[in-house]
Design a protein around this ligand. Structure first.
Ligand code: MCN
Length: 788
């Protein structure tokens, strides 16, 4: 099964409308709607609910003053960092001050959502507006402050340096400076966030369904905030209509408030985010400004690189410095930078918080580094691919230690990759060396075409651990549970593939559940393209453990040596001796002394009468009953996937419309478990990369109002804007995990802006330094370059 193009087992259910998403549940629940701030920055003077109290169907209105115990404290700073000495997190409901449009101020619980929204409209909040800080320029000016006690709006400053970059740049034969920026954007999952909570007063326990990327972390957070023992909280993740990072914050305020209200009211309570709420109160990403100095030799080899950048972290820092740390380290891509210095400042603005969105800081880093490569090539008149080849880390240099600290606090060490081979494949796929003749032919027809490259390396499969549980049922079917949640990546399929191979069963007999703490309690979450590496490895190790147990029991039953046995299609048999075999279901019966005659495999496993087998032997010392097992995988470091994209664009000489003619991808995620899923992941990623390059941006005005907070104005690409994607794979297995896999879930998005900017630059003949770029912006750039 491993490595085969197997159709996703979850799709028939999802595609035929039989998925169960959060809003398909809890039709008996009370509904929640929030009063959210219309101001980017304001003091709350008064909240008057009197006009709302008479509304039929209203159950409760809560403000900050109603919160008790630990719910009245700020939400946790999930990933602290020593340099984040000015971290700030919000309260579940604003405590006297709001710091972005959309921040929750009051929570309304009512008989249904219509009533709840009516009540929201009747609550009068008096504000004293404060000066808003919108955008990096205003934040860096520091004239107005987001948090009065944070000077200069600087949440953190972080520097990493390897060698003396300033000296290396000064001594280099050639130097260049670049100013590069990427605007804010955000993930737009089809399904927004949502929470449903049920309080069981007898058991004093909570059952919470939430559309999260980390059910185990939400469980811990609810238990801590509501001061309930963890074993009194279970969190279940139903089907999820996409996350792309935004559902990794654990907890979102609503994930505390809804269970809190359910316990207080003794009734089920549900909140489902609407699209406007998603725009103005869920997380964004990408907004960064970079100043680069680079020194290089006559051949285009890097001598020194110095990058200073500013990261717009929005109003709070619940997710710490993960995004800018990733940019600062992953920016280097497949290259050796010579001496390297990077410094960033994470800046507060009165806008929605920033947390990782698919790619997480890498699209910005890749854009910076690839613009540098193209600038060097342009300056020296060297082919852009050649400049890259000359700066590549070579396969023989793996594992390659950059001397930097990565996002997981561990050294940035690449484990594997063959960058020259990847580039050779990409050049062949796109026809790099033949492009000049294509360009000449196009020019002869009055057309403008250009080609661009983008290369990246992506740390995937970060720790600290994931686990799996596997049980063989007495009918021979296999039940696998992991704590990770699935947002559409096809985890049920790929984990079933792994188990089928490791255990020797048919894939159809394997059923996988994810994200249900009732079934598996210890997990970290689905982010950083870590499931294939982490859960894949954990489930493989678990399957090996259960296989060993099955063989031991079967060896006893068949009176054979363990080493002489094999498992084929769920049958354990003596190799080369047909006829002497026992099926896994029967072994499962034998594994449990409490054998019931009506267990599926019982008749085959033993000869006994009556409902319970009195002759069953005791559980052997050191063993546990049941053909099941649990194991964990905890890696020593991240594994580094890589890839390279080439894009051919055509720009309209009159209208400046930008069309992608070809989009080629070479992708290395180590050993591929399911090429069909990986290609699907690349397609989705490329669509988001194209979106980030040409369409999607968060358009704030100076008052901090998001002007395009609806799908009428926020340009998501349709299928018509996403090009046909040509893919080739290279497999350099990771030496770090038992399967040799590296992650694939984010890769497609990373080089989109870099490669598309390069292609537009190639078509137009002037530098592209900001992304995304619209036709009107390109049109303006043309005018400015003509005027020069
Ligand atoms: N895979 C494989 N072989 C490999 C690596 C991966 O077959 N060597 C397959 C696996 O089958 C897995 C899929 O690719 O099902 C993605 O694996 P992985 O790279 O481990 O990523 P995760 O499963 O951890 O998913 C997280 C990643 C991230 S971080 C974002 S953001 C993202 C993404 O996945 N969000 C998504 N892809 C998404 N896809 C959908 N449909 N929806 C989202 O919200």
């Amino acid at each position: 099964m491993f490595g085969q193009r197997i159709r996703r087992v979850e799709d028939p259910r999802l595609l035929s409308g039989r998925g169960r998403y959060l809003d398909d549940l809890g039709h008996d629940a009370l509904a929640v709607a929030f009063v959210r701030s219309p101001h980017a920055h304001a003091r709350i003077v008064d909240i008057d609910v009197s006009a709302a109290l008479a509304v039929d169907g209203l159950v409760a209105i809560y403000t900050y003053d109603d919160l008790d115990g630990r719910t009245s404290e700020p939400l946790p700073l999930l990933i602290p960092h020593p340099t984040l000495n000015q971290g700030r997190t919000p309260y579940p409901l604003a405590d006297g001050e709001v710091n972005h449009v959309g921040e929750a101020i009051a929570m309304v619980v009512a008989s249904d959502r219509y009533v709840a929204e009516d009540v929201v409209g009747l609550i009068q909040v008096e504000y004293e507006p404060l000066p808003p800080v919108v955008g990096l320029a205003a934040s860096r000016d520091g004239d107005a402050l987001v948090h009065a006690d944070v000077p200069g709006n600087v949440a953190a400053t972080m520097v990493q340096e390897v060698g003396d970059a300033a000296a290396a740049i000064a001594a280099a034969a050639h130097r260049a400076t670049l100013s590069l920026s990427i605007e804010r954007s955000a993930s737009m999952p089809m399904e927004g966030k949502g929470v449903l909570a049920r309080w069981d007063a007898d058991d004093e326990s909570l059952l919470v369904h939430t559309s999260t990327q980390s059910s185990t972390s939400v469980r811990q957070a609810i238990a801590a905030k509501l001061s309930i023992p963890v074993d009194r909280v279970e969190v279940v993740t139903p089907d999820i209509g996409g996350g792309f990072g935004v559902k990794i914050v654990h907890p979102w305020p609503e994930e505390i408030l809804v269970p809190w209200a359910a316990r207080r009211l003794g009734q089920p309570v549900k909140w489902v985010e609407d699209r406007r709420e998603h725009f103005i109160s869920s997380a964004h990403e990408r907004g960064q400004l970079h100043e680069v100095e680079v020194g290089y030799d006559d051949d285009g080899r890097l001598c020194g690189l110095s990058v200073r950048f500013w990261h717009d972290n929005g109003a709070y820092t619940p997710y710490g410095l993960i995004v800018p740390i990733i940019t600062s380290t992953q920016l280097l891509g497949p290259y050796k930078p010579g001496a390297y210095r990077v410094e960033f400042q994470s800046m507060y603005t009165n806008t929605v918080i920033v947390t990782p969105y698919r790619g997480a800081g890498r699209p910005q880093g890749c854009f910076v580094m690839e613009r540098v490569m193209d600038a060097i090539a342009a300056d020296l008149g060297i082919d852009r691919a050649v400049v890259r080849e000359r700066n590549f880390i070579q396969p023989a240099e793996m594992p390659y230690d950059h001397g930097l600290m990565f996002q997981d606090g561990r050294p940035l060490v690449y484990d594997s990759g063959d960058f020259p081979a990847s580039l050779a494949k990409l050049k062949a796929l796109v026809g790099w060396d033949e492009f000049d003749s294509f360009r000449a032919a196009a020019r002869a027809e009055g057309r403008r075409v250009g080609i661009g490259l983008g290369c990246y390396v992506e740390g995937t499969g970060v720790g600290p651990y994931e686990g799996g549980h596997l049980r063989v049922e007495t009918d021979g079917s296999v039940v696998v549970s992991t704590g990770l949640t699935s947002q559409g990546q096809g985890h049920q399929t790929m984990l079933a593939q792994i188990v089928a191979d490791e255990l020797g069963v048919e894939m159809e007999r394997v059923r996988v559940t994810t994200g249900d703490t009732r079934r598996f309690k210890y997990a970290v979450g689905t982010f950083a393209s870590r499931t294939a590496v982490m859960s894949g490895s954990a489930v493989a190790l678990t399957a090996r453990k259960v296989r060993a147990k099955a063989l031991k029991i079967a060896a006893n039953a068949l009176e054979a040596a363990v080493d002489d046995l094999e498992i084929v299609d769920g049958q354990i048999r003596v190799k080369g001796s047909p006829g002497s075999e026992i099926d896994l279901g029967s072994v499962a019966v034998l594994s449990n002394p409490l054998r019931y005659a009506f267990d599926a495999g019982a008749a085959r496993a033993t000869q006994f009468a009556g409902p319970v087998d009195p002759t069953a032997p005791p559980v052997p010392e050191g063993e546990q009953p049941g053909l099941e097992g649990t194991d964990y995988y905890s890696p020593v470091g991240s594994t580094f996937a890589n890839g390279m994209h080439a894009v051919v664009v055509e720009t309209d000489p009159e209208t400046a419309e930008i069309n992608i003619l070809r989009y080629c991808v070479v992708h290395d995620c180590g050993t591929v478990i399911n090429p069909m899923i990986v290609e699907g992941q690349i397609h989705g990623g490329v669509a988001q990369g194209v979106a980030g390059a040409l369409y999607e941006r968060m358009e704030y005005d100076d008052a901090g109002q998001l002007l395009n907070a609806s799908y009428m104005d926020f340009l998501m690409p349709y299928a018509s804007e996403v090009p046909h994607i040509e893919i080739d794979h290279l497999e350099t297995p990771s030496p770090l995990n038992p399967l040799g896999v590296k992650g694939a879930g984010e890769a497609g998005v990373i080089p989109g802006s870099a490669a598309i900017a390069a292609a537009i630059e190639d078509a137009e003949g002037f530098a592209i330094t900001t992304m995304p770029i619209s036709p009107s912006q390109l049109f303006d750039l043309r005018r400015r370059h003509c005027e020069r």
